[in-house]
Design a protein around this ligand. Structure first.
Ligand code: AP5
Length: 227
């Protein structure tokens, strides 16, 4: 994949958005901009943004639109102005409401950075719950593993930086169920939104990780050259 691509990864928690974004980063240097990772870093640093976001994240609800839109405008504008990722990026976990999608459209139009495609990952509920409750994460890089499906070489240790892996506080079964229902009510309407714009491509997220990557690359082969 040598050309510029600007993507949105859409889909319920656990569908594999972060896993595939990391693979595209490793293989093609495609920058991953993950709202969840940015928020968790702010919670860890105790910033004002982190303090605003924490209670929503802990309960499986969405952080308010105004907070997220402000955060992403700052992120994308700074990146565009510095030339850091004008060419290619993956938005992982944003937008998550129709209001966020409208704000993103307006922002990207202003920056002359049109989206290439929106990839919708999906898997059934039982699989999503199993994936999230078995996930281990490197809190420093956002890299994820799974106890059964994608285990690290040494239990509890990141293959890359050798540091400890942790379970996210919102990956308990109770919070996962709330996150899935938040997705259904607030984020699923984006499927229709992007279908209407003819941007949506569906990826079967139930397949093994390698097969999902192949499906992503096949979907991108079918997109027009980004401007
Ligand atoms: P965020 O961090 O974005 O969480 P999420 O959307 O719930 O997504 P996940 O990271 O849980 O799932 P994923 O699809 O990336 O799955 P992964 O690849 O890791 O958001 C957290 C919170 O922040 C939100 O609840 C909200 O409060 C807030 N927030 C974030 N963005 C926001 C926004 N825009 N607006 C408002 N609030 C926002 O895979 C999961 C597991 O499965 C891993 O263990 C992985 O190894 C395994 N796996 C992956 N693919 C496969 C496969 N094909 N087969 C088998 N196992 C697999």
């Amino acid at each position: 994949m040598m050309r510029a691509v600007r993507l949105v990864f859409l889909g319920p928690p656990g569908a594999g958005k972060g896993t595939q974004a990391q693979i595209l980063l490793e293989r093609f240097g495609l920058r991953q901009i993950a709202t969840g990772d940015i928020l968790r870093a702010n919670v860890a640093r105790g910033t004002e943004l982190g303090r605003k976001a924490k209670a929503y994240m802990d309960s499986g609800d969405l952080v308010p639109d105004d907070v997220i839109i402000g955060m992403m405008e700052a992120e994308l504008t700074a990146g565009a102005e510095s030339g850091a990722f004008v060419e290619s990026f993956v938005l992982d976990g944003f937008p998550r409401t129709v209001r966020q999608a409208e704000a993103l459209d307006a922002l990207l139009a202003r920056l002359h950075l049109p989206l290439t495609a929106v990839l919708l990952f999906d898997a059934d509920r039982d699989a999503l719950i199993e994936r999230l409750t078995g996930r281990w994460t490197n809190p420093r890089t956002g890299r994820t593993y799974h106890v059964a499906f994608n285990p690290p070489n040494v239990v509890g240790i990141d293959d890359e930086d050798g540091g400890p892996l942790v379970q996210r506080p919102d990956d308990t079964r109770a919070v996962v169920v709330d996150r899935l229902s938040t997705y259904d009510t607030k984020t699923a309407p984006l499927v229709e939104y992007y279908t209407r714009l003819r941007m949506l491509k569906r990826i079967d997220g139930l397949q093994p990780i390698d097969a999902v990557t192949a499906a992503v690359l096949a979907a991108l082969d079918g997109t027009d050259e980004a401007a």
